[in-house]
Design a protein around this ligand. Structure first.
Ligand code: SAM
Length: 212
């Protein structure tokens, strides 16, 4: 269901300037917080049209960009072909689902932006991230701070009304991560469905895979 909604939105996704600004801020926050280098392999969960992945690609060795929406991945694949972004591989994947075609692979960085609130079982995804990260690997999650339900006009596919950063941090720690850091990466100012102009802060939580 969620993937159908995003399939429909994919063609016009990059026309929304608020999304472009958000992606630029999150990519900059990741670059400022995680010491990226060209030996690192990365995985994005919920890459959409690749707004963040295409920004990070020059600073990394390789990226597997995953999403449940074939429409989103198609738009990203067009960018990869057009811009010769040879170090990005796209993959249609629901990391929260049981079977995992990435099992056995290992990444130095896993990142995600505005996707976790679409995934019901947050703990299951964090566990998968831990399994897929190399020792000392980095996790970087950007998402909405807890909101009152006015952010999304259409609530289809929304599983969480953002996250209280402290509560998410507790869950991340319990899932086997350490060296947590949380900071505001961006504030989305927009008119919501109630026609009120509101600020919606977006945090970036970073952490490292702890010892086994
Ligand atoms: C709000 S969009 C954000 C896209 C992109 N990260 C960006 O910043 O432009 C959420 C994305 O998460 C994807 N998504 C939703 N549920 C997912 C899941 N369980 N696994 C992977 N991707 C998912 C959607 O298809 C959509 O592309």
């Amino acid at each position: 269901m969620t993937s159908e909604l995003f399939d429909k939105a994919a063609g016009d996704w990059d026309k929304n300037s608020l999304r472009l600004q958000l992606a630029r801020s999150v990519a900059a926050a990741i670059k400022n917080t995680v010491p990226l280098n060209n030996d690192m392999s990365a995985l994005e969960i919920g890459c959409g049209t690749g707004l963040i992945t295409t920004e990070l690609a020059p600073h990394l060795k390789s990226i597997v960009a995953t999403d449940t929406s074939g429409g989103m991945l198609w738009v990203l694949q067009e960018k990869i072909n057009g811009q010769s972004l040879a170090n990005i591989e796209t993959m249609q994947l629901d990391l929260a689902a049981d079977d995992n075609p990435l099992a056995g692979r290992s990444f130095n960085l896993i990142y995600s932006s505005m996707t976790l609130h679409h995934i019901k079982n947050t703990a299951a995804v964090l566990q998968k991230c831990r399994q897929l990260l190399a020792p000392e690997g980095f996790l970087a999650i950007a998402d909405l701070e807890k909101e009152d339900g006015t952010f999304h006009g259409d609530m289809g596919g929304v599983e969480h009304l953002g996250f209280a950063p402290g509560q998410l941090a507790e869950l991340v720690s319990k899932s086997g991560f350490s060296q947590l850091n949380i900071a505001t990466a961006h504030v989305i100012t927009k008119e919501n469905a109630q026609r009120q102009v509101r600020d919606y802060p977006v945090f970036l939580l970073t952490a490292r895979r702890g010892e086994p």
